[in-house]
Design a protein around this ligand. Structure first.
Ligand code: 13P
Ligand code: SF4
Length: 305
């Protein structure tokens, strides 16, 4: 079967199986083309709640499928490729954070959505890259312990200087690997381009950017901008999607190494195989974990996402 024929078969099967396909914007183009919704982590987590389908297939990484399950426990939620995890989400566990929490009892624990469901059970509020700054400002405590991403946490601390933000040593291995020199080199090659980067990059990179935001934020900024050239400092697929969406503009990946192997591990064949009952994993979670993990996500939605 060629790609087009498989896409047609997936479109037919997802109707037959009452399956909604949610795809993170980092997954391959042949998947985003057949998805019902494509977006950043925040958009995907809230979208799942409002779709009428009984079944949801998440094309992205495990914590995203878990978040969908927490918000829609009555739905059958599947992860298209069970090996797709986010290394950052696994960096800190519940016991470790419980110990730090005990030492900092007057701090609000703010957890990036890139965390396991288990870790979310002891967080006070959840945030995504698009909502972290807004929620840090809105939360009724001036002391914040930000976990696990120290780069997103540093960006929050800089953007909300009136609050004390404590950080731990965690982060995204893909974004954190981009060195500040790479920005200088890309600017030399493309002097007229605006630099748009994800806040998971190190401060030496975000400080040189014209815009810092989530994957959707970067895409919206580039589409609305009058500029014609952009250096894209996030997973390489965003430059590709933008190039399709705006053929009159030019998009240059900040480095060729900005590839998330976990996001890339999901293929169209995986999606087809889930729909034909040959592969994939249904996310199962006990009721107590769902209830406890949901509190910090509800708090995020209450504070405006
Ligand atoms: P977004 O919140 O921008 O979707 O980012 C998720 C992610 O994993 C970035 O590396
Ligand atoms: Fe996790 Fe980084 Fe991949 Fe995003 S890009 S899923 S944070 S490893």
């Amino acid at each position: 079967m060629n790609v087009y024929a498989m896409q047609q078969e997936v479109l037919r099967l997802k109707k037959e199986k009452d399956m909604c396909i949610l795809a993170h914007s980092y997954v391959a183009r042949e998947i985003s083309e057949i998805a019902d919704f494509v977006g950043d982590s925040y958009m995907l987590s809230v979208k799942a709640e409002s779709v009428p389908n009984q079944n949801v297939l998440l094309c992205g990484v495990r914590f995203m499928a878990e978040t969908v399950k927490i918000l829609s426990p009555e739905k059958h939620v599947f992860l298209s490729n069970p090996v797709a995890g986010c290394p950052m989400a696994e960096q800190m566990d519940k016991d470790m954070i419980a110990q730090v929490k005990a030492q900092l009892p007057d701090y609000t624990v703010m957890a990036y959505v890139n965390t396991t469901a288990e870790l979310k059970t002891i967080a006070d509020v959840c945030v995504t890259s698009s909502s972290a700054v807004k929620i840090a400002r809105a939360i009724d405590n001036d002391k914040i312990l930000f976990i696990p991403d120290c780069n997103l946490g540093a960006f929050v601390a800089k953007s909300v200087p009136e609050k004390t933000v404590r950080l731990l040593q965690g982060g995204c291995p893909v974004h954190a690997a981009v060195r500040p020199d790479a920005v200088r080199a890309a600017k030399q090659l493309h002097p007229d381009a605006l630099v748009l980067v994800h806040p998971e990059c190190v401060p030496g990179v975000t400080e040189q950017a014209d815009y810092v935001g989530s994957t959707s934020g970067i895409m919206d900024f580039a589409k609305a901008s009058q500029a014609k050239e952009f250096i894209i400092g996030t997973e390489i697929s965003i430059a590709e999607h933008l190039q399709y969406d705006c053929p009159d503009k030019s998009f240059y990946p900040l480095t060729k190494d900005l590839i998330c192997p976990n996001m890339k591990s999901t293929t169209l064949v995986d999606v087809y195989r889930v729909l034909t009952g040959q592969a994939g994993e249904e996310i199962l979670m006990d009721a107590e974990t769902i209830t406890q993990a949901r509190r910090c996500i509800d708090k995020m939605i209450e504070l405006g996402g």
